[in-house]
Design a protein around this ligand. Structure first.
Ligand code: SF4
Ligand code: SF4
Length: 473
């Protein structure tokens, strides 16, 4: 990704261009470079830890929340049942789901245009789990980055086997826990409970799913790590087009910091505030040097701010050499500016949310779809009646059973179901066929407009307009 300093002559002057030809996680020979970030500390790291704990409590707690015995959230892709904030969505609500997804993407674009990749550093489950759970355990068992490096280079002995064994055992157990929670979002906590408590033979699919998820999460957090953000995540790859010079990012104030150099030579040589201590680099979990400008690898974790602030405190200089700011802000010293891009995203989002809210509010409890059976015209029912066949699909978007009745309107006749009347069970999607039967004497034209009135619990749910084909009398 091209850095934003390119536009600025001062930045161009100070740019250390070798970083453009390398990726922080790849060695010169093409092998993976394992990142050993220094254990971070500071106010942003503490704040992120606090936010992470809240997010983790929500993530682990939500599957247990029930409203009237029903899940609060469920993403059952297999059975096509979705519950979001206690509201049922079926496949017939796909347009709403689509609108909601588009709104989420536009919100993300908006937040990114204003605050950069703040979602990655503060909210995304990948860095939250990696930096706030797995990495903390690693520091606890193997020590800080230097000790980790030493341990990895040291020969296998009892100490190394114990530390590595313990770490990976905990990593695996955590991955197993995350896999269970992940599955509970798909099948619900009750089904998960059955998989845990009942013999494996009765829940082979569930058992296989948990095993696959466990291995996947273990692979991600024990080995793949920051590569997910740098190489795989599509959102990360899109930063180049989502950010601009007015976006607030984690930025190095090159005007204040350059030319960088040793503290002892600062006054003599008229150097900037950066004492080239490299602390902002060694703490970076993606292994980059933020002094080279905004880079694709930066996940906005802010630990380089903490690292630099602690150095500034030690050398009695003001904090904020690395800070949340835009490149334009650093260049001009001015604060946030409303740009047409931000206003555009906000307008689109407002329209999208209004349309979604309207469609959601006008949603019915039961979705009714009735269509004439393709390929059929009409059938004679004895000598004096004619019938048309229709296919119907009903979905119940409530947690209650709804008994349904059908009535014909617009012509003298009757509706015959391929059973008798029926009830839609909670969240059930029911497909079937029905016949409209009309005495020949009542058919006046080839195409008779009719309506099928569907009622439930004594209330009209829907009135579907269709046509009845029959030989005119
Ligand atoms: S450059 Fe700073 S904010 Fe970006 S990933 Fe590295 S440490 Fe985090
Ligand atoms: S931590 Fe601050 S002073 Fe040290 S190298 Fe980074 S920017 Fe310069």
């Amino acid at each position: 990704m091209e850095t934003l300093e390119r536009e600025d002559p001062v930045a161009k002057e100070v740019s250390h261009d070798t970083f453009r030809n390398t990726i922080s996680i790849v060695e010169k020979d093409g092998h993976r470079k394992w990142i050993y970030p220094k254990k971070p500390k500071g106010r942003f790291y503490n704040a992120r830890t606090f936010v992470s704990w809240i997010l983790l409590i929500i993530l682990f707690g939500v599957p247990f929340i029930k409203v009237d015995g029903n899940p609060f959230f469920l993403f059952n892709i297999v059975d096509r049942k979705f519950i979001i904030f206690g509201q049922i969505f079926t496949t017939q609500d796909f347009y709403l789901f689509g609108l909601l997804m588009i709104s989420v993407f536009v919100s993300l674009f908006l937040v990114t245009a204003v605050f950069g990749r703040v979602f990655c550093g503060w909210v995304c489950p990948q860095p939250v789990f990696l930096e706030m759970v797995f990495r903390k355990i690693e520091y606890l068992i193997e020590g800080d980055y230097m000790r980790q490096m030493e341990l990895n280079k040291s020969p296998w002995n009892a100490k190394k086997i114990f530390r590595k064994g313990l770490k990976y055992l905990i990593f695996f157990s955590l991955s197993f826990l995350i896999a269970n929670i992940f599955l509970s979002y798909i099948i619900g906590i009750d089904e998960l409970w059955k998989i845990i408590n009942e013999p494996v033979s009765q829940h082979l699919t569930g058992f296989i799913a948990i095993t696959i998820f466990t291995l996947f999460f273990y692979w991600i957090f024990a080995w793949f790590r920051e590569q997910a953000c740098i190489l795989v995540c599509p959102y990360g790859r899109m930063q180049g087009v989502l950010l601009d010079k007015n976006t607030t990012v984690i930025a190095y104030d090159y005007k204040r910091g350059e030319p960088r150099g040793k503290l002892t030579e600062k006054d003599a040589k008229g150097l900037g505030d950066c004492i080239d201590c490299n602390q902002c680099v060694v703490v970076c979990p993606t292994g980059i040097d933020i002094r080279n400008g905004t880079q694709l690898e930066c996940i906005n974790c802010a630990v380089c701010i903490d690292a630099c602030d602690s150095i500034m405190d030690k050398i009695n200089l003001p904090r904020g050499l690395i800070r949340y700011d835009s490149m334009e802000g650093i260049r001009t010293g001015k604060g946030f500016k409303w740009t047409p891009r931000v206003i555009g995203y906000m307008s689109v989002l407002l329209i999208l949310l209004s349309v979604t809210a309207y469609l959601f509010a006008s949603r019915k409890d039961v979705d009714v779809n009735i269509l004439r059976t393709p390929g059929l015209i009409y059938q004679n029912q004895g000598d004096d009646k004619v019938s048309n066949m229709y296919n119907f699909k009903m979905s119940n978007k409530t947690f209650s059973e709804i008994p349904l009745t059908f009535a014909l309107s617009g012509a003298e006749g009757e509706i015959r179901l391929a059973g008798s009347e029926f009830s839609l069970k909670p969240m059930e999607i029911h497909e079937g066929t029905l016949l409209i039967v009309i005495p020949k004497a009542n058919i006046k034209k080839l195409n008779t407009p009719v309506s099928i009135v569907v009622s439930g619990n004594g209330k009209v749910i829907d009135e579907v307009k269709t046509t009845f084909i029959g030989p005119p009398n």
